[in-house]
Design a protein around this ligand. Structure first.
Ligand SMILES: [Zn+2]
Length: 273
């Protein structure tokens, strides 16, 4: 799937999950907490594609997310790609083909999702609010780049970086500083998992079961049969899937906040009687 679909699926997953938690377990979040979680999950849903690097020296190529913060993120994605290729080569079995590019390898596995989720939580619990602000800055940038790809392309990375800065600043001003924010790591991890699931319905699949060897292959690509696969950038993706994700998001927002608003309106009208 393309950037906007991945980002939308991440946002939809987090909003629907927040609604379900609120509805079935009574675990409620403030609108800001929901917004931060949604942005981080949408950003997390783009994170695995940071393994699609371009040419740092000439500032070209790479996945859209790799260009979020200009050459800086292009460099990060170069490192991620080479590292992933290293993991692939080091753990490949005889039947696994030789590869020259790390795309859709290590960052498209469940251990990677767990690792970044745990890493995010560790950062947030050890360094508190300022780590949270840094994470929000980075993830909001990815989310903006993914959700509004055409705008981001036209505006350029400087504007995207400034916008993420504003979002991070707003979060810093409004978020209480005395908590561990364990949900943040969950949001990143869930985002990554949603990304991998999205890639599984497109051609080629992903090595989601690594490091479990199957039929003497460590990196078996798993996905739906190619004949049923969703065409990247085709009508099913850009119309059907994106509309579905948007509807899920809107319904979840309504489910989360409309009852509260109605209750307040009711109380107000009672009070004024
Ligand atoms: Zn991917």
């Amino acid at each position: 799937m393309m950037g906007p679909s991945h980002a939308l699926s991440g946002a939809a997953a987090w909003l629907a999950g927040s609604w379900a938690l609120d509805h079935f377990t009574g675990f409620s979040q403030t609108p800001l907490e929901v917004a931060v979680g949604t942005a981080v999950c949408a950003g997390g849903a783009l994170l695995p594609d940071l393994d699609l690097s371009g040419k740092v020296t000439t500032n070209q190529g790479g996945a859209t997310v790799a260009r979020t913060f200009g050459v800086a993120s292009l460099f990060v994605s170069e490192v991620v790609e080479k590292f992933s290729l290293g993991v692939y080569t080091a753990t490949k079995l005889k039947r696994d083909p030789r590869r020259s590019h790390g795309h859709r390898t290590f960052t498209h596995t469940l251990p990677f999702c767990a690792l970044v989720g745990w890493g995010t939580t560790a950062l947030a619990t050890n360094y508190g609010k300022w780590a949270v602000v840094g994470i929000v800055f980075f993830m909001a940038g990815l989310a903006l780049r993914g959700l509004f790809d055409e705008w981001a392309e036209r505006a350029g990375w400087v504007i995207v970086t400034i916008c993420s800065g504003v979002i991070a600043w707003f979060t810093a001003v409004n978020l209480p500083g005395d908590r561990g924010y364990p949900l943040l790591g969950l949001a990143v991890g869930v985002g990554c998992i949603v990304h991998i699931l999205g890639d599984m319905i497109t051609k080629n699949g992903v090595p989601i079961l690594w490091p479990i060897p199957i039929k003497r292959r460590m990196w078996r690509m798993i996905g739906i049969p190619n004949s049923m696969a969703v065409k990247v950038g085709g009508k099913v993706e850009t119309v059907v899937l994106r509309t579905t994700f948007t509807l899920i998001s809107l319904l979840s927002i309504a489910g989360l906040f409309v009852p509260g608003v109605l209750e307040r309106l009711n109380l107000d009208s009672w009070a004024s009687r």
